[in-house]
Write a protein that binds this ligand. Structure first.
Ligand SMILES: *Cc1c(COP(=O)(O)O)cnc(C)c1O
Length: 467
């Protein structure tokens, strides 16, 4: 990996090897492999769209739901899978969940409306989030949704709406012990709620919930066991208390263990990156026991399955990212490419290619958390359409189409398998969970990248707009 050839520019100063980030290739499903290997599919979609786009593989969501359900079947625990809707706005995901009879976790009127429009029944909704508006609470109660209460004033507002022919089903969201989270009720608040909800009234205390921001098994198992005990206590007050929800946070395994180990053992080394603010914190992109396996581990901790079965308690899970694992990718077009030669003004004095793509890092969210999306983009087509192009691994940084220095899609130097040309596509893998649209923005009046839905039909790949 040496200098960066680029016609029309002075040859870079010899001959210091470029510093690149260690490769982090993402796992590829058969469908994703077919998309990358297809001679025209990605090029045709890019031509039709005329800008960046997200490609969705909703069949994979159905597969991921089934994996969670298999854990419930194997352990004999009554369970319910609520898709955490904030992780991706695509209508095809809602429809896939509805067809699979899965439930949905929503926290705004927009999410509730989209869920119901896609076929989710009101009784299969869980409404969470802080500071719920009355505009959200009223239809939630009307449609029989489960409401995870975050503050005592919400209980008062729910009580003002529900009535015998329109009961409200509530969970009390518990703030984990020794936590400083802004979410959930403290011990004192929980006790006050337990005493204030009239067991003969129209508000039904269905159980308790939590959501943790880490990806650990033990704290979830421990807190779940405590919630079972809370249900048993609540029953002595005359409440139904037959559901606990352990929230989301089921890990996703993006890259192989050995690749992740190489990356983390040596870094992140700031010399891998185009200059800018230091990046220190990353999602754990390798996860040994992801998704449904993590649920197996939680249920296997300290006899939790047995406790749930014995107490007759239904366990709800609210995975977002894990249900979207390998359910899509994000495709940018290369708009321009320039050589950045070894340069004494660059503190790391290294040569690389700087690509500008036709979208922004708002469509690949991690930069907005001071982090970076690490599974490597793949350059498409594999062979350059231009003249003879050596397959020379080419260190490349990727910037967005905005006028902000900080708008970097990949700030680290990725070793693309060849030099990218204008018109090539960069395919970022496995982006359906949070990357695609959680921070999308109409900045610069750039259009939002559309979502394109891919299905196999009649033995070939067909695509349509998400709608
Ligand atoms: C965001 C969120 C989830 C989903 O979290 P993931 O990490 O995507 O699984 C579930 N429940 C609540 C209450 C949330 O806020």
């Amino acid at each position: 990996m040496q200098d960066i050839p680029d016609e029309g520019q002075a040859a870079p100063e010899p001959s210091r090897p470029s510093i690149v980030a260690p490769p982090l290739p993402a796992y590829r499903d058969e469908l994703h492999e077919r998309v990358l290997g297809h001679p025209t599919l990605l090029g045709d979609i890019a031509h039709a769209v005329g800008g960046p786009f997200h490609l969705m593989y909703p069949d994979r969501v159905a597969h991921n739901i089934a994996a969670f359900r298999a854990v419930f079947a194997n352990t004999g625990v009554a369970g319910a899978v609520y898709y955490a809707k904030k992780a991706n706005k695509a209508a095809c995901v809602v429809r896939t969940c509805a067809k699979a009879d899965a439930a949905m976790e929503v926290s705004s009127l927009g999410e509730l409306t989209a869920a119901m429009a896609g076929g989710i029944r009101g009784t299969d909704l869980m409404v969470t989030g802080p500071g719920k508006s009355d505009d959200l609470l009223w239809p939630a109660i009307r449609h029989g949704a489960l409401i995870a209460v975050d503050a005592l004033d919400e209980l008062e507002r729910i009580a003002a709406v529900c009535r015998p022919d329109m009961p409200a089903w509530v969970l009390l969201r518990v703030r984990p012990p020794a936590s400083t989270s802004r979410f959930g009720l403290t011990e004192t608040e929980l006790s006050s709620a337990l005493h204030s909800i009239d067991p003969d009234g129209s508000m039904l205390l269905e159980g308790f919930s939590f959501h943790l921001s880490d990806y650990e098994v033990t704290p979830r198992a421990t807190l779940a066991a405590a919630l079972v005990d809370r249900c048993l206590t609540a029953r002595t007050f005359g409440h139904p208390a037959s559901t606990i929800s352990i929230g989301g946070g089921f890990g996703v395994d993006y890259v192989a263990a050995a690749d992740w180990a190489r990356f983390t053992e040596n870094g992140p080394d700031q010399r891998w990156f185009h200059p800018g603010a230091e990046i220190a914190d990353f999602y754990p992109y390798h996860f040994a026991r992801p998704g449904a396996d993590m649920l197996t581990d939680i249920l296997g901790t300290a006899g939790l399955s047995e406790r749930l079965r014995n107490a007759g308690i239904r366990l709800a899970v609210e995975p977002g990212r894990a249900l979207l694992d390998r359910a899509g990718c994000t495709v940018f077009g290369v708009r321009s490419a320039k050589a950045r030669a070894a340069d004494a003004a660059d503190p790391h004095n290294t040569a690389y290619r700087f690509l500008t793509v036709d979208g922004t890092s708002f469509s690949l969210s991690e930069q907005w958390f001071g982090s970076e999306y690490l599974p490597d983009p793949v350059l498409w087509p594999h062979d350059s359409t231009g003249s003879a192009d050596p397959h020379e691994p080419t260190p490349s940084c990727v910037g967005g189409a905005s006028c902000l220095e900080a708008d970097m899609v990949s700030r680290r130097r990725v070793a693309l398998h060849r030099a990218a040309r204008v018109g090539d596509l960069l395919v970022y893998p496995n982006t359906a969970g949070y990357q695609m649209d959680s921070n999308e923005s109409g900045f610069h009046e750039l259009p939002l990248p559309p979502k394109i839905v891919l299905h196999e039909q009649y033995g070939y790949l067909r695509w349509t707009l998400d709608r």
